[in-house]
Design a protein around this ligand. Structure first.
Ligand SMILES: Cc1ncc(COP(=O)(O)O)c(C=O)c1O
Length: 351
């Protein structure tokens, strides 16, 4: 793999108080950048002082949103060492997103090294307090300076990091969720399975509406029938109904969450009964396909998602306000068995 050149910042920023961290606001001192040019491939990987990017106003990303990103965290463990959670899964999902958004594939070792080397450089920024972590945001942008609607031949993969507390001010307490029945987040054949900025831009209006009415997040319904649950905000969702765990299928518009995957693995390990279910095809009156994980011979489960008429859309309340806290990312990651190989320690000075 190519050597990563490191240029240290001359002056370091003052680190924020860990008890008052606001998600995504306190960027650290450095960032990782690597360039891509068609023909030359990925080249010139470097860690440089964090600074605004210089970008041509005609760059594709600014007009046609040729952009993908990832989100993961570095955690400080009790012995002071630093660990990532399944970072290779993020890198692989990024390449899947790149494929959908006509961006180049990035070698896994290069994308991963960009993350781990930056975290090493910024190790003093990984907070020690409970419920805090260093959020890692890798992203890739198409930068060709031309307004024609074509994919880019020049791109960058960049990683920035920032210390964070809980994503929700409520922490793990129950939150109010608004069931959105006008806007949809994604549709099959669209870009819902890719982690690309446009999906999130399209979600902002509903988020604003929900917030104005005192809700913390939006529950997204499917784009065809507008009644089958897909995701909540920027999270996959699981319900516990009569002792069984139910979750929407990866049907082409739901993001393949690493937390979702990890929870399913844990549920299987713990012997829990769980099922995923998909909304039926547009022209079909058949009941939803389901049961990716049904034991052979086991009785068919009841529909996991009642029709919208009996679903709590009318009251605009969460079907189970405790769902998120029971299956939140931190609940999954911290209870992950060490033997699963999920944790990825970062060797740092003094650890
Ligand atoms: C739309 C959406 N769904 C689900 C998730 C959860 O994915 P993961 O568990 O990999 O963080 C995210 C992550 O931010 C997301 O943006």
């Amino acid at each position: 793999m190519q050597e990563i050149k490191i240029t240290r910042a001359q002056t370091l920023k003052e680190k924020p108080d860990s008890s008052t961290l606001v998600f995504g606001k306190s960027m650290t001192d450095h960032m990782f950048i690597v360039d891509y040019d068609a023909g030359q491939g990925w080249h010139d990987p470097r860690i440089v002082p964090y600074a605004p990017l210089q970008i041509d106003p005609a760059a594709k990303v600014l007009h046609y949103a040729q952009e993908i990103f990832e989100g993961l965290k570095a955690y400080r463990t009790e012995d002071g060492s630093i660990q990532l959670f399944r970072p290779l899964d993020n890198v692989r999902r990024m390449n899947a997103s790149a494929e959908r958004m006509a961006l180049p594939q990035i070698p896994e070792d290069l994308a991963l090294a960009g993350i781990t080397e930056l975290v090493k450089v910024e190790q003093d920024w990984v907070p020690h307090e409970k419920d805090t972590s260093l959020y890692i945001r890798p992203f890739m942008v198409g930068l060709d300076a031309a307004l024609g609607v074509h994919s880019s031949h020049h791109c960058q993969y960049i990683v920035i990091v920032c210390p964070v507390g809980a994503y929700y001010p409520e922490g793990l307490d129950p939150v109010k969720i608004y069931v959105e029945d006008q806007d949809v987040r994604a549709v099959k054949g669209g870009t819902g399975t890719a982690k690309t900025g446009g999906n999130y831009a399209a979600s902002l209006r509903a988020g604003d509406r929900a917030e104005a009415q005192g809700y913390s997040q939006v529950l997204w319904l499917d784009g065809v029938h507008r009644k089958y649950i897909e995701e909540v905000g920027s999270m996959n969702v699981m319900f516990k109904v009569a002792g069984k765990i139910l979750t929407p299928d990866l049907n082409g518009s739901v993001l393949d969450g690493i937390t979702r995957r990890s929870c399913i693995q844990l549920l299987k390990d713990w012997g829990y009964e769980w099922r995923s279910a998909a909304s039926p095809p547009r022209s079909s009156s058949r009941p939803p396909r389901r049961a990716s994980w049904r034991r052979p011979g086991a009785p068919a489960p009841p529909p996991w998602c009642p029709p919208s008429a009996s679903w709590p859309r009318a009251t605009r309340r969460s079907p189970s306000a405790t769902t998120r806290s029971a299956l939140s990312p931190s609940a999954c990651t911290t209870s992950s068995p060490a033997s699963s190989g999920a944790a990825c320690p970062i060797p740092t000075a003094g650890s």
